[in-house]
Design a protein around this ligand. Structure first.
Ligand SMILES: Nc1nc2c(c(=O)[nH]1)N[C@H]1C(S)=C(S)[C@@H](COP(=O)(O)OP(=O)(O)OC[C@H]3O[C@@H](n4cnc5c(N)ncnc54)[C@H](O)[C@@H]3O)O[C@H]1N2
Ligand code: MOO
Length: 398
């Protein structure tokens, strides 16, 4: 039975919901930056773990200092256990020092006059209970989740892991991506002296540049198959064996040599969608083979860039354990609109200026490899829409 073309978001949803994260491993916290957390980071104790001072100054009882001068009788050192504040007295204290028992405020240095180890409030200054204190557990309590699973670890979340004493973290295994280009007309990117009817593969390098080197991608393996169902089936099966997901380019449309749908089925893949209501990239195919994902992109170079970025990214993020299948998507406004209105989603390459305003690239069509080269990404124009936007913006690098 022929599958109906889907809206891009629906296609992405249907494929990603068939997939699960590929597995986990343990890495040193110091090496976990940008990896995807698999187990939440929980606080081992309250933060802060005791009441402490937020300023350099004096620990006091606010009412006593408001009433008059107080002798400075001691010091609360940072990193040492808190003592007790005697009645009618102040103790010197530092930012982060534990608060002595009995104190209820810290008065910062610049708000008192100090002479001969006696402090008094400066004229016009007041002191209130609770002032300049960090209360035990005011940041978070023991057992609280500080970083949830599925989050890409940042400097801030690594700091949280360190503060709770985690020397290693459970993260999702990073992904092995296979790229299979198809087409007997293709030569390697370094081929020279080509006759005009042959062309160099640009789709393989484009996908390698889009996904290669992302912290949650382990490797991108490039392979090629000529236009033969047998060869394509063999190369696809091998690529699937070695990789967690395989993306193919070309051979997916209606031509006599478009073998991708048949090859996917013959290796036991289940096609989830075939064709999306978006341009360029309409003949995109999504399939599952066991726990692995297969995405068939059309051969046109611009379709590979747009559908690759928009459809493949969520699939890979899902396999790599991200809690969200797309990172936050900025909205951009166009400097000016040009062109017709399409009855389907239109992915249009743009360049951004320093203010984040987008200008549309002028392109000859989805076979144009040159026009997109000077763009930063593309906007997603909904069906039957025109005007300057704002529109969701997708940078070429996810
Ligand atoms: N009768 C129809 N014809 C076409 C339809 C259709 O619905 N009915 N769809 C058109 C659309 S839209 C697209 S997109 C293309 C996609 O076709 P294929 O996925 O089968 O891609 P190919 O025919 O294999 O290649 C298209 C084009 O891209 C060049 N190509 C392929 N691979 C590479 C590569 N790795 N590097 C650079 N260039 C590549 C290839 O030489 C072709 O010129 O079909 C339309 N036709
Ligand atoms: O999807 Mo095709 O890329 O529109 O030309």
């Amino acid at each position: 039975m022929a599958l109906p073309p889907l809206e891009p978001a629906e296609a992405i949803q249907q494929l990603t919901q068939r997939l699960a994260p590929i597995g986990v491993e343990t890495v040193a916290t110091s090496a976990a930056a940008e990896r995807v957390l698999a187990d939440p980071i929980l606080l081992d104790r309250d933060s802060p773990a005791c009441d402490c001072s937020a300023m350099d100054g004096f620990a006091v009882r606010a009412a006593e200092l408001a009433a008059g001068a107080l002798p400075v009788v001691g010091e609360c050192r940072i990193g040492e256990p808190p003592g007790a504040l005697p009645a009618h007295a102040a103790m010197r204290i530092y930012t982060g020092s534990p608060l002595p028992r009995g104190a209820d405020a810290v008065i910062r240095l610049e708000r008192v006059d100090e002479a001969e180890r006696v402090i008094r409030l400066q004229a016009g200054t007041t002191v209130t209970t609770g002032e300049d204190l960090r209360r035990r557990a005011e940041n978070a309590a023991a057992g609280d989740v500080v970083v949830d699973r599925g989050v890409e670890l940042t400097a801030a979340s690594i700091a949280a892991a360190a503060t709770v004493g985690l020397g290693s973290l459970c993260v999702h295994r990073s992904l092995r991506l296979g790229v299979v280009t198809t087409g007997s007309e293709l030569e390697r990117p370094d081929a020279s002296d080509l006759p005009p009817w042959r062309l160099r593969d640009s789709n393989g390098p484009a996908l390698a540049a889009m996904f290669g080197g992302l912290p949650w991608i382990d490797s991108v393996e490039l392979q090629h198959a000529d236009d033969s169902l047998e060869e394509l089936t063999t190369v696809l099966a091998e690529s699937l064996q070695r990789n967690d997901a395989v993306v193919l380019t070309g051979g997916v449309s209606k031509g006599a040599y478009d073998y991708v749908p048949d090859a996917v089925r013959s290796i036991g893949g289940e096609v989830v969608f075939y064709r999306i209501r978006a341009r360029p990239g309409q003949p995109t195919l999504g399939a599952v083979a066991g726990e692995k994902a297969i995405v068939g992109l059309p051969g046109n170079p611009l379709a590979v860039l747009t559908a690759g970025r928009r459809v493949l990214t969520p699939v890979l993020r899902r396999l790599a354990g991200h809690a969200t299948i797309e990172s936050p998507t900025p909205q951009v406004t166009l400097e000016a609109w040009s062109g017709k209105t399409l009855p389907l989603t239109w992915w249009r390459p743009v360049r951004l200026n320093a203010q984040g305003v987008a200008s549309l690239a002028s392109l000859r069509g989805s076979g144009d490899v040159c026009g997109p080269a000077a763009t930063d990404g593309f906007i997603e124009v909904p069906a039957d829409t025109s005007g300057v936007g704002p529109y969701p913006y997708y940078a070429w690098r996810p």
